[in-house]
Design a protein around this ligand. Structure first.
Ligand code: T5A
Length: 201
């Protein structure tokens, strides 16, 4: 069976994931990559996004974990798995490492990696001090959602868990200094992505 290329972007708030996803999508546009964001991308995912991020509902940490994972499972079923089976490139703005970092590291919920969730071929961790990411979001005029409104201690635990994950899986996770200019970060992303894309054809 054909297997495409599964690329994910991770990092704390405002670290530049969406910017890098867009730059990579433009660079690979001739290959028509599937671009997804989490939570979201399906009707169920978008509805769950409203519940977990914007409803103002108070959620138990473990319940929150299952909601993010339910959204992810539906996204895999409807979009990611079929695209990879066709040999396509999939670029995801957050994936399961987000749940490991936020619900696992941030909230202290025990999170595992379900056997039915494929591991990405490569993950880019955009590493930026938490306060700098928040400053970027503020200057971009982005209002904080339920998770973003958590304390600085929470976000520091998330950042620390991301660093731990990157240290534990250096083959998969490339850590990038997200304080560098957009194009410099993109250049480093491409230096890892290009050989893998060339190997597809
Ligand atoms: N969540 C999510 C969980 O708790 N568990 C989970 O399992 C999942 C999947 C998602 C929230 O849900 C939580 C985590 C989050 O709190 P979201 O709306 O998707 O919320 O928010 P984020 O993923 O945090 O996305 P943001 O848009 O806030 O941040 P990005 O995508 O990292 O940053 P980006 O690219 O939008 O850039 C922010 C600003 O910085 C500028 C951009 O132009 C923009 O203005 N910028 C740079 N400026 C200077 N230098 C650079 N290199 C720059 N790169 C970008």
């Amino acid at each position: 069976m054909a297997r495409g290329l599964f690329i994910t972007f991770e990092g704390t708030e405002g670290s530049g994931k969406t910017t890098q996803v867009e730059l990579l999508g433009q660079k690979l546009s001739s290959r028509q990559p599937l671009m997804v964001r989490e939570p979201g991308g399906t009707e169920l995912g978008e509805r769950l996004r409203e519940v977990v991020l914007n409803s103002g509902m108070e959620l138990d940490g473990e319940a929150e974990m299952y909601l993010f994972m339910a959204a992810r499972r539906q996204l895999l079923h409807e979009l990611i798995t079929p695209a990879l089976a066709l040999g396509r490139i999939v670029i995801a703005d957050r994936y399961h490492d987000s749940t490991l970092a936020y619900q696992g590291g941030g909230r202290g919920v025990p999170v595992s990696w379900p056997a039915t969730f494929p591991r990405p071929d490569m993950t880019f961790l955009l590493s930026l001090p938490v306060h700098k990411g928040r400053e970027r979001q503020l200057s971009a005029g982005k209002s904080a959602d339920r998770v973003e409104r958590e304390s600085i201690e929470f976000h520091n635990r998330v950042a620390a868990e991301y660093e731990r994950l990157a240290g534990a899986e250096p083959e998969r996770i490339t850590r990038l200094d997200a304080s560098e200019p957009r194009e410099a970060v993109h250049h480093k992303v491409m230096s890892r992505v290009k050989p893998a894309v060339d190997a597809l054809s």
